[in-house]
Design a protein around this ligand. Structure first.
Ligand SMILES: Cc1ncc(COP(=O)(O)O)c(C=O)c1O
Length: 426
């Protein structure tokens, strides 16, 4: 099979094949991807997330050091001595697991401490914990909305928000487009019991920020509630790293602040911060919470330390932003299309699946770890290489990546060579 002519979408639904037959055909496609050295997914890290990561090369089997530009560990809290020590202490004190679901004995005092800490950090009355960010969005939305309600979603919302709205009516508005949102609100304003606008604070594939101030104002006007997913905003935006509501001076004014503990906070798990009343309702109606064992003590311990670090070590965020400003300027000067990115997430939009795969292959060969984002995850014309920065990346590492991007970009005709630019200028 020639994988260069196909995409994942081609194997989503093969009407004549049962699931096992479909798996066989899909594996033939994956074999060809691997033969072309286009397989960039599930590369195995031998060291964990850090700027220079040890990676098992999927082709040679050798362990190589690579500059890692695909982590959501924005502040490098996965390796911070305080998160590690706090995790160790919780592990020693409580053991490896919580032992039960939260309602039936699995709630530890360290979980309550974390709930209070994340709620205060997010400017909300209370918070509920989940074992993943995906689970917290799905579990909360499924508990809150059904066929009498409407979810109003940005077209680029995260999959976990979309999946959580399966019981509800769903209306989409154009990405970050306030006029489009208002049109939807006008249409639905008298039709449904609960109207909930749910957006990402920072979009995971584009790195741009939702205009939350305008969204909250419109929601008020039309009697809707607002939920913001802070996965890529926590620790990154806002003066104190508290995320999108802080960035827009809206702390305490957003109905539901969702988030994950897996990115800027360097662990795993998710939370919903909201009013005391809503959190109490979720304790008894959110199935992903009620029927799933509470987070491990080690994670809770590390997260309490992680929130402290965000509050007391602003230099980590400053360093991240120094890197963002530097990298962004250099990439734009080179002529790359970064879309609307404003944060630590850098899409290089190329609009050609094969060129994206080739660019990722060449970067891999030079020891630079990035991810391809292809159709159907994004429309074909927006296929891209996605990179993300951490505060611990050094200038020297970023310069090496920039040099590599420049020469590969020219080779693939993604950016113009200097001689092309001169010809145009003449
Ligand atoms: C915007 C957004 N929301 C939710 C999630 C899910 O979080 P988690 O990885 O903690 O399950 C992610 C990413 O993984 C995300 O990018």
């Amino acid at each position: 099979m020639d994988s260069t002519q196909k995409t994942l979408a081609d194997f989503m639904d093969l009407p004549d094949l049962d699931i096992m037959e479909r798996a066989v055909v899909f594996n033939e496609y994956m074999e060809d991807i691997k033969a072309n050295h286009h397989l960039q997914y599930r590369r195995v890290s031998m060291s964990g997330s850090r700027p220079i990561m040890e990676v098992m090369d999927p082709y040679s089997g050798n362990v190589e050091e690579m500059i890692y530009l695909a982590s959501n560990d924005y502040l490098n809290l996965t390796k911070h001595p305080r998160t590690i020590e706090a995790g160790k202490q919780a592990l020693e004190k409580y053991g490896t697991g919580a032992g039960s679901v939260p309602l039936l004995g699995g709630t530890l005092d360290i979980h309550i401490e974390l709930e209070k800490k994340i709620a205060r950090f997010k400017g909300c009355q209370n918070a509920i914990l989940y074992t993943s960010g995906f689970g917290s969005n799905v579990g909360t939305l499924l508990a809150m909305l059904d066929e009498k309600d409407v979810a109003i979603l940005d077209l680029l919302d995260h999959a976990s928000i979309i999946d959580g709205c399966q019981r509800a009516n769903v209306e989409y508005f154009r990405h970050n487009n306030i006029d489009s949102l208002e049109k939807v609100l006008k249409k639905v304003q008298h039709q449904y019991r609960t109207k909930l606008i749910a957006v990402d604070g920072v979009y995971s594939m584009d790195g741009d920020i939702a205009p939350l101030d305008q969204i909250v104002a419109l929601a008020k006007q039309y009697g809707a509630y607002v939920m913001v997913d802070e996965a890529h905003a926590t620790g990154v935006i806002g003066k104190n790293g508290r995320g999108t509501p802080e960035y827009f001076n809206l702390e305490g004014k957003v109905d539901i602040v969702a988030g994950t503990f897996s990115k800027g906070l360097g662990c795993v798990g998710g939370f919903i911060a909201a009013s005391d009343e809503l959190v109490e309702l979720l304790h008894y109606y959110s199935r992903a919470y009620m029927f799933s064992t509470a987070p491990t003590p080690q994670v809770a311990g590390s997260l309490i330390a992680g929130i402290d670090i965000i509050e007391t070590e602003p230099e980590l965020r400053q360093k991240l932003w120094d890197n963002i400003h530097y990298f962004r300027k250099q990439l734009l000067d080179l002529g790359f299309n970064l879309g609307r990115s404003e944060t630590a997430i850098f899409p290089i939009i190329i609009g050609d699946d094969l060129k994206v795969k080739e660019m990722c292959r060449m970067l891999h060969e030079r020891g630079v770890y990035v991810n391809p984002v292809l159709y159907p995850a994004v429309p074909k014309r927006l296929a891209r290489v996605r990179m993300s920065l951490m505060s611990a990346h050094t200038k020297c590492q970023l310069d090496y990546v920039l040099d590599s991007l420049e020469s590969i970009g020219k080779k693939l005709g993604i950016i113009k060579s200097i001689s092309d630019k001169k010809v145009k200028a003449v």
